[in-house]
Design a protein around this ligand. Structure first.
Ligand SMILES: NC(=O)c1ccc[n+]([C@@H]2O[C@H](COP(=O)([O-])OP(=O)(O)OC[C@H]3O[C@@H](n4cnc5c(N)ncnc54)[C@H](O)[C@@H]3O)[C@@H](O)[C@H]2O)c1
Length: 315
């Protein structure tokens, strides 16, 4: 780990829609002092640098540059959102070959200059790319984590909040597993203000209704397909999700988030990166929580891990 510095430096590799949305959110939150933008398309990184810098007189001051890997030497956190995204109808797993090739170029260039920054992966398929990065980094799996189902969990909380007429921040419910088609909701642990969903009745009269919950999960799982069909890509919500992960690291917040991290036997799963509620702080992954899952949830989680392992084995 870095000695505690007074400044926070963030690197961003891939300044496309996701990267730029994250950068825009980061500068508004005021948690970083420096941001280095890197993209294979240098002009794109420079254009984002100029546009973001022109907004600096409206927010807390920071330094934003378009740079090279050498500029990442003292970065505390490096976010990777480089690579291709889904086209309409395409699954995240179909992006694997191309994006794994891109990661094989990027990760060694990070490790060549930076030995202790935390690497946050957003590129899809995020679980497999997180695992590949962790293996390539080779400095302990805690240094690398993926955005995993952080976005899916936010989508679920939003939809449940709408359904019951409560603030989504008062909804405690998680999507775990693959960030993709085999993900699952942990209904057995979901609650609103401590009241299990099976007992909760909203002020709008909405009570327990499993069919409605199933529909909400379907909407959550298919959200990216729906958005991509309409506007070609999703980026604002993931930009904010990445911001909350980076903030948890920079501020050492010990925040519980459904990030993806390589498991070593937790829930009977190993040798793959996958999402479960996890404590995130200055050292990256601090602890994957041990939750009392139902038998069906545990089986679905293990099946999701198996799906990822099969894809990884074909790489
Ligand atoms: N984790 C999530 O929840 C989540 C959500 C939305 C999108 N995504 C994923 O994020 C990724 C990026 O999506 P986007 O919409 O920003 O795509 P985009 O096409 O807008 O941007 C990708 C950027 O990566 C750059 N790039 C490609 N190869 C590179 C390399 N070798 N080095 C540096 N930069 C390189 C490109 O030049 C481009 O600027 C996709 O894989 C997408 O599926 C993840």
């Amino acid at each position: 780990m870095h000695e505690r510095k007074n400044t926070h430096k963030v690197g961003l590799i891939g300044t496309g829609m996701v990267g730029a949305s994250f950068a825009y959110a980061l500068m508004q939150r005021g948690v970083a002092d420096e941001l280095v933008l890197i993209d294979a398309d240098r002009a794109r990184a420079e254009g984002e640098m100029m546009d973001l810098n022109h907004g600096l007189s409206f927010v807390r001051q920071m330094r934003i540059i378009a740079g090279d890997y050498a500029d990442l030497a003292d970065a505390d956190v490096i976010v990777i959102s480089a690579g291709i995204g889904q086209r309409p109808g395409q699954t995240r797993l179909e992006l694997l070959q191309t994006n794994a090739g891109i990661f094989r170029q990027i990760v060694p260039q990070i490790t060549a200059v930076n030995s202790d920054g935390i690497v946050v992966v957003a590129t899809n398929p995020v679980d497999i790319l997180t695992y590949i990065s962790a293996e390539a980094v080779g400095l302990g799996h805690t240094r690398v984590l993926g955005s995993g189902t952080v976005l899916d969990t936010a989508r679920l909380r939003y939809l449940l909040g709408q359904h019951y007429g409560v603030n989504s921040r008062s909804v405690h419910a998680y999507i775990v597993g693959e960030h993709g088609d085999s993900e699952l909701p942990l209904w057995s642990l979901a609650n609103i203000g401590g009241v299990p969903l099976s007992d909760f009745v909203g002020a709008n009269g909405q009570g327990y209704d499993q069919a409605a919950l199933d529909r909400i999960f379907d909407q959550t799982r298919n959200a990216a397909y729906e958005i991509i069909q309409r506007k070609k890509a999703t980026y604002y919500a993931i930009g904010l999700g990445l911001l909350s992960i980076v903030e948890a690291i920079l501020r050492d917040q010990h925040t519980v988030m459904t990030v993806s991290s390589p498991l070593a036997g937790e829930y009977g799963v190993n040798d793959i990166s996958i999402s479960m509620p996890t404590i995130v702080g200055r050292s990256g992954v601090e602890e994957v929580l041990t939750l009392p899952l139902s038998e069906a949830e545990l089986a679905a989680f293990q099946a999701s891990a198996q799906t990822l392992k099969e894809r990884l084995s074909h790489l």
